[in-house]
Design a protein around this ligand. Structure first.
Ligand code: PLP
Length: 354
């Protein structure tokens, strides 16, 4: 089955094979070695130094890492502004509510471009210390302009917390503007679901205020720095992530992965446009990771999904109110040009049958 949903992704054979490594106790030096290999390789993805940055691993999906970041890095005397333009921004607001963090939102409709002047005006009032934003809003495939948002935050002296779950490893991330970002193993890094991580500036850990036991960023960082781990990790997923990171680097890192996704996405767009299926966003607003397409009038999502699944492809529905209007195709994972040729063929058959 070819997975065109935005994670988990199809694994390469070498990553799949890494998951069946020998059984391992997490209190033994072999685990410590595995963990430090992953942490070192995570820093290398964007060329960060271990003096300034700490990678902190969690066993859990991407949301665990986002919640560790949000619930740990905003001290009580601070106020968080959450920028919303899709499901994942709104999820961070729910986290702030749940953990009793003082917050406000800068709301946009799903898929709307973030209003940078409005952000600047909001930050000028001086009460906001931290801003949280989603880099790639997977809800619609919109890639938010982190450079623009980051420079507004920096000028206002606000710390920027980024949900980079569906962009880390494939899109450029300018870490000059970033205080911390959260991401996962099983999206652009092509690992298995079950491991996620936060990359945080070490300097902010001293004033951090964790509000969870399991997702305590500060304690987790301390124990991982000392070669240990707070809880039982998802060891097979860690093996897969270490291998996926090696593969990512060997294949040319972020730039090469971006190119690969972009080429597959463009190939798909051209093929689908010939069948009358058109993109939801202008190309320039979309990430390289995922494209949203308007659902053709003559077919329901359910019928389209079933027709494609029968032919070996999983596409992804629009979320919430968008489910009747769009569907999504991600080009992450160990998939090829040939797979996407077959997809276009499968589409044409599924649409003809409608
Ligand atoms: C996938 C995703 C998440 C996390 O989802 P999980 O199901 O917890 O892995 C968070 N933010 C964004 C932008 C995502 O695409």
């Amino acid at each position: 089955m070819i997975l065109l949903n935005p994670g988990p992704v199809n694994l390469s054979e070498r990553v799949r094979a890494a998951m069946v490594s020998p059984d391992l106790c997490h209190r033994e030096p072999e685990f410590s070695q595995l963990q430090s290999t992953i942490r070192k390789r995570l820093l290398e993805v964007y060329g960060l130094t271990s003096e300034a940055w700490a990678p902190v691993l969690f066993s859990g999906s991407g949301t665990a890492a986002v919640e560790a970041m949000i619930s740990s890095l905003v001290p009580d005397a601070s106020k968080l502004l959450i920028i919303e333009n899709g499901v994942y921004g709104e999820r961070m607001t729910r986290m702030a509510e749940t953990h009793g963090i003082a917050h406000d939102t800068l709301h946009h409709g799903w898929g709307e471009e973030i209003d940078a002047p409005a952000l600047e005006i909001r930050l000028a009032s001086g009460d906001i210390s931290h801003v949280a934003v989603v880099h790639h809003e997977t809800t619609t495939g919109r890639l938010n302009d982190l450079g623009k948002i980051g420079s507004v935050c920096r000028d206002a002296g606000a710390e920027l917390l980024v949900d980079a779950v569906s962009s880390f490893g494939a899109e450029q991330l300018d870490f000059r503007y970033i205080t911390a970002c959260a991401a996962t193993a099983n999206k652009c890094l092509h690992g298995a679901p079950g491991a996620s991580f936060v990359l945080t500036r070490r300097g902010v850990l001293e004033s951090a205020q964790p509000r969870c036991v399991y997702l305590d960023l500060v304690r987790s960082c301390q124990s991982q720095d000392s070669g240990s781990t707070s809880f039982t990790p998802a060891i097979p997923c860690f093996h897969a992530l270490a291998e996926a990171l090696a593969e990512h680097a060997e294949q040319g890192g972020v730039t090469a992965r971006r190119k690969q996704y972009e080429a597959l996405a463009e190939q798909t767009r051209k093929g689908l446009e010939q069948l009358g299926v058109v993109p939801w966003h202008d190309n320039h607003a979309s990430s390289c990771v995922l494209r949203a397409y308007a659902l053709p009038r003559k077919i329901t999502y359910k019928a389209l999904h079933a027709g494609l699944k029968e032919r070996g492809f999983i596409i992804y529905a629009g979320q919430g109110g968008l489910s009747e209007q769009l569907f999504r195709i991600s080009t992450m994972g160990a998939i090829t040009e040939e797979d996407m040729q077959d997809l276009v063929k499968a589409f044409s058959e599924a649409l003809c049958g409608a």
